[in-house]
Design a protein around this ligand. Structure first.
Ligand code: ZN
Length: 523
């Protein structure tokens, strides 16, 4: 297949200013870049009004945690944003390697029983996805919690010598099998107590394999600074000869601007000392995550089953309600987004739900947790707009969705997805344009070449002869995300063509149905 893209403003991802040129694509690669005025090709795209950029790379994607790479493999909501590559296995949880053959570590996001799990190793998992085919390129990290729980199950304790050795062997094999790195999810109940020396050992392995460490910090809000400072301790421990580090979804909570600034200073200092550190961020004021994270620590210790016992038991339930009351959460800005069974709660805020039932919002949380059997996703509007711009503009930020890819035709009644699944990338580009946050080349670098460099991804992330033909053609004037928290299933505007591995998958904003993604491995 030959595609000729004519007269577009090519912004190649490297950060340099754009140039008006033609691109010829042959098979899955960029064959030539230049002026091909009279050249004929099977498909010709007139890009005179458009920017031509490398396909967007979503370094922090949740399609694996929500299992939509299996249940909605087209990943239409990502393709329509211009995303051509996603990385899963973030936040300590991956779909492989599975030592016990179960997917317990993703239960906070979805019901693992939706799919047949017939793999164990990273190799088997990637081979399986390769047969299945998906719409975007996919690579994975190894989830620390997935492996840790594979070894000791739901026990909350330090690993002994043998177990540590076993875990580290599993990590090494996963990296040999093609995983891009290792992630931790230190805020989640099974990882909170992970001792720092365990992470030091993980860093040594990652460094040895020239791979990537990503981390969902131990605390994103109350103790952000100490959570970020932990990276400083780790770096010091290794004399600053660290692996590449990516902080996942760094956030800007309202009222916590000062703490965010101090944390950014620590990150900057690490960078200056030679640590290859970045963080990712998304352009929304809403966060979304498991409702259980709002419960007191003692109540969730021990995992889902223990937590549900605490919720059912009269005595402990009262204690949970009392502890929640001390927190003074803003329940009117907390919206139920997904709940496994009951659908009547979806799309409503917890304050309104509690008024309707004439109970306190704290008691309402208990009712919702019971109805969802512990698996409930909520969104909360709690991020500061101004400091979110600081994050987008920061020279160390990469823009990533932290959301899952979905198909527009597969709407479910018990699910109101966060708009980040439909609009992260066009919304970022719109914010950049409307608020003059940076110029186009710099903005595009943050979603193409920079994540590619971070991952050490070969032959992607730039528009360059011989590179894979992953491309987005968008109109810089009309580009806009239409997805909202109330009505997320809205297609973005202004993204006209998307090419994945040389195949035209979005043509005049229409999805062709082609699944052209490749499975990516770390070498
Ligand atoms: Zn996370």
């Amino acid at each position: 297949m030959e595609i000729l893209i004519k007269n577009g403003l090519i912004i190649d991802g490297s950060g340099v200013q754009g140039e008006r040129l033609d691109i010829l694509i042959k098979d899955d690669k960029i064959a030539k870049i230049g002026n091909f005025k009279n050249k004929k090709a099977k498909v010709i795209i007139d890009a005179s009004d458009s920017i031509v950029a490398p396909g967007f790379i979503d370094i922090n994607n949740d399609s694996d945690h929500h299992l939509t790479i299996f249940t909605q493999p087209e990943q239409e909501s990502l393709l329509k944003q211009g995303v051509t590559t996603i990385i899963g296995g973030n936040c300590g949880s991956s779909l492989a390697p599975l030592i016990r053959g179960d997917l317990k570590s993703i239960r906070k996001w979805t019901d693992p029983n939706q799919i047949n799990i017939d793999w164990q190793s990273i190799k088997e998992f990637l081979d399986k996805l390769e047969q299945k085919k998906i719409g975007v390129n996919f690579g994975t990290l190894i989830g620390h919690s997935t492996v840790r729980r594979g070894i000791i199950g739901d026990e909350l304790r330090d690993l002994n010598e043998d177990e540590l050795e076993q875990m580290n062997e599993v990590f090494k094999q996963g990296l040999i099998d093609g995983a891009f790195g290792i992630s931790t999810g230190l805020e989640y109940s099974h990882s909170r107590s992970t001792p720092i020396n365990e992470i030091v050992e993980i860093w040594k392995i990652i460094k040895e394999y020239n791979a990537l460490y990503t981390t969902h910090l131990r605390s994103e809000k109350e103790n952000l600074l100490s959570a970020v400072s932990e990276l400083e301790d780790l770096a010091e421990n290794m004399n600053y000869q660290t692996p590449r580090v990516e902080i996942s979804h760094l956030k800007s909570y309202r009222g916590k601007e000062e703490e965010l600034n101090l944390s950014l200073a620590v990150i900057q200092k690490l960078k200056e000392k030679g640590v290859d550190i970045n963080f990712d961020s998304y352009p929304y004021q809403f966060i979304a995550g498991p409702l259980y994270l709002y419960l007191p620590d003692w109540a969730i210790k021990g995992g889902l089953e223990e937590m549900m016992k605490n919720i059912e038991n009269n005595f402990t339930r009262k204690r949970i309600v009392e502890d929640l009351k001390k927190e003074q959460y803003d329940y009117s800005s907390m919206i139920v987004m997904e709940i496994s069974k009951s659908t009547s709660f979806v799309g409503r805020n917890i304050y309104d739900l509690s008024r309707m039932r004439m109970i306190s919002p704290e008691e309402m949380i208990i009712e919702i947790m019971k109805a969802g059997n512990g698996r409930v996703i909520v969104a909360e509007k709690c991020l500061s707009r101004i400091s979110s711009y600081w994050l987008l503009k920061n020279s160390l930020s990469i823009i990533a969705s932290n959301g899952e890819g979905l198909n527009y035709t597969d709407k479910k009644l018990n699910l109101l997805p966060h708009p980040r699944s439909f609009g992260t990338f066009p919304k970022f580009l719109t914010e950049v344009r409307d608020n003059k946050l940076m110029d186009w080349p710099e903005a595009i670098k943050k979603i193409t070449a920079e994540p590619a460099r971070k991952l050490n991804l070969k032959n992607r992330g730039l528009i360059k002869k011989g590179f894979f033909a992953d491309l987005v053609i968008f109109n810089p004037v009309t580009i806009k995300s239409m997805s909202t928290i109330e009505s997320p299933y809205q297609e973005p505007e202004g993204i006209d063509f998307v090419i994945v591995n040389g195949q035209l998958v979005i043509n005049k904003s229409q999805f062709s149905g082609i699944k052209a993604g490749k499975i990516l491995r770390r070498f």
